[in-house]
Write a new protein. Structure first.
Length: 322
């Protein structure tokens, strides 16, 4: 940094007039260890004192006019400065800049961390928010023989209804699995409940009825296995072994025995409440909690029947609530 550098001149003036305490302390410390630098600083101080007319001139900030005169005196005196004088002032200026950058970096880091914490908290609160049903009926059908429009049928055989409900008529005696699901998906961003009444005999081995909320795939429709079971979604199965509830990725959420005692009637209800799921059987809550993940995308309510006795299982009173 040259002697005529305005930045250096301003820094020296600020150090001499006490306006830059860091530069002043740096200069005083260096002068205390270096006789040559100490002598030059004393000469500078004497020049300024003579210019001001008092040795107590540092007690108050100089006026703009006096500062200008001090700057002119400094410029005239700088050519006589020791070679390392500039370096001492440069170190002080560099240290101040480093401090400012560290302070700025610290403020930015704190801001980034705080913003990240707020975002994570908001995301966690949003993810953990339990959706609420408003009791609005979005769809309802008695399944008493009326024509079902807007539903997709899975598996061989046919579905028929009468005054006792909808049942599956297998294409052969093997009792193959068959299912039905709503073609129009319902957005998982809102709460959803699916109610279905099921009348079932004393089911034998391999026979069961099920109700589900199937998740749509990327192509827009849900995927099903050869047994008409949804690949992803919420699935509640009723069999001779009892009730079994599966989560979005086929993980086991709940299982419990049921006392059929001959032909039984079951009112099944699946509630999608955002990250939470609630499942009721005959008005009793069998599960209320969070599965491994929340259902997302479009949800397709439906039901299925499988096994040798599947033609004896009847489905009634399908209702969708929001």
């Amino acid at each position: 940094m040259a002697a005529h550098d305005p930045t250096l001149q301003e820094l020296i003036v600020r150090a001499l007039t006490g306006q830059d305490r860091r530069a002043q302390r740096r200069l005083e410390a260096a002068a205390g260890r270096d006789p040559e630098l100490k002598r030059f600083c004393e000469e500078l101080d004497e020049v300024v004192s003579t210019l001001v007319g008092s040795r107590d001139w540092r007690k108050q900030a100089p006026s703009p006019e006096l500062t200008s005169r001090i700057r002119e005196a400094v410029v005239a005196k700088l050519p006589d400065a020791p070679p390392h004088f500039n370096m001492v002032l440069m170190d002080a200026d560099l240290g101040r800049r480093r401090t400012l950058w560290r302070l700025l970096g610290g403020v930015l880091l704190v801001g980034i961390v705080a913003a990240g914490a707020v975002w994570a908290l908001m995301r966690e609160q949003t993810a953990a928010r339990r959706l609420r049903l408003n009791g609005q009926v979005a769809y309802e059908t008695p399944l008493q023989g009326e024509k079902l429009e807007g539903w997709e049928f899975l598996g061989a055989g046919a579905w028929s209804g009468d005054g006792q409900g909808l049942r599956h008529e297998p294409a052969n005696d093997g009792g193959e699995a068959a299912g039905v699901y709503l073609k129009r998906g319902i957005a998982a961003e809102g709460a959803l409940a699916f109610n279905l009444d099921v009348s079932a005999p004393e089911l034998g081995a391999g026979s069961h009825a099920a109700v589900f909320l199937a998740e749509a795939e990327a192509g827009g429709a849900p995927a099903f296995g050869p047994n008409a079971k949804p690949a992803r979604g919420l699935l509640l199965e009723l069999s001779a072994d009892g009730l079994v509830l599966y989560g979005p990725d086929a993980e086991l959420l709940q299982s419990r025995p049921v006392n059929q005692g001959g032909a039984g009637f079951y009112r099944l209800r699946l509630e999608h409440l955002g990250p939470y799921v609630r499942v009721l059987v005959n008005g009793d809550v069998i599960f209320d909690g969070q599965p491994s993940r929340a259902l997302h995308g479009k949800l397709h309510p439906g039901w299925r029947a499988a096994g040798p006795e599947n033609s004896q299982i009847r489905f009634n009173a399908a209702r969708i609530e929001r």
